[in-house]
Design a protein around this ligand. Structure first.
Ligand code: ZN
Length: 215
């Protein structure tokens, strides 16, 4: 799903939540938000396109950019804001949720995500290589009142994976068919989805319906 598609889904869900807020006292369910919120983008090495943001004053985007780049920045910022609004609405109505993004994402540096952490959301780190992928791809799930997924982490050193014993594949460039490796690496590993589903299933089974999200 593209960032634009994700934003439409989030905006629609947020509108639905706001219209149906009177039902939240009796309905509680977990929600997963995903998507690429704020791309870190390639570091400026003089070879590729310049980055759209930095980690400091320009976290929400450089201002002197082309129209196309300004549009990308605006879309990312709006997606971030909508995600924050949806997550805050979940908190207001005691609905557990989790937001997933790469560990290196600049989204985690923003006021919006740090506000969610101050409101009790906690990050859980996972390495995809531990679930059968050739790439490490450190990824964070920022969850509010979700169980501990006990994600596996790579303990290998010098680029060698502790799970496979081979060197991690770096997600740079394209494969032999010209497809970007970052695109190929987007889907969750199957083992990871099983872990999340099984943990949530057990959590919901052991928690009274009215108690999900309760303090
Ligand atoms: Zn590894």
């Amino acid at each position: 799903m593209t960032s634009f598609g994700v934003m439409e889904v989030i905006s629609s869900t947020l509108a639905f939540f706001r219209k149906s807020s009177d039902q939240f006292s009796t309905r509680s369910f977990p929600l997963c938000i995903w998507g690429c919120l704020v791309n870190r983008g390639p570091e400026h090495d003089g070879l590729g396109p310049p980055p759209l943001r930095d980690d400091g004053q320009n976290l929400y985007g450089f201002t002197c950019m082309s129209f196309a780049d300004l549009s990308k920045i605006d879309r990312g910022n709006r997606l971030l804001l909508r995600t924050f609004q949806l997550a805050k609405t979940c908190i207001d109505h005691c609905i557990p949720f989790t937001i997933e993004n790469p560990a290196s994402s600049r989204a985690w540096l923003t006021d919006e995500m740090q506000t969610l952490e101050r409101l009790g959301a906690t990050p859980q780190l996972v390495h995809y290589c531990q679930y059968g992928k050739a790439w490490k791809k450190a990824t964070v799930f920022l969850g509010w009142r979700v169980p501990n997924f006990h994600f596996k982490l790579c303990t290998g050193t010098s680029g060698i994976c502790s799970h496979t014993g081979f060197r991690h594949t770096h997600l740079q460039g394209t494969n032999s068919s010209g497809v970007f490796l970052t695109l190929i690496a987007q889907p969750y590993p199957t083992g990871l989805t099983h872990t999340i589903a099984a943990t949530m299933h057990q959590y919901l089974q052991n928690t009274p319906k009215s108690g999900v999200g309760a303090a």
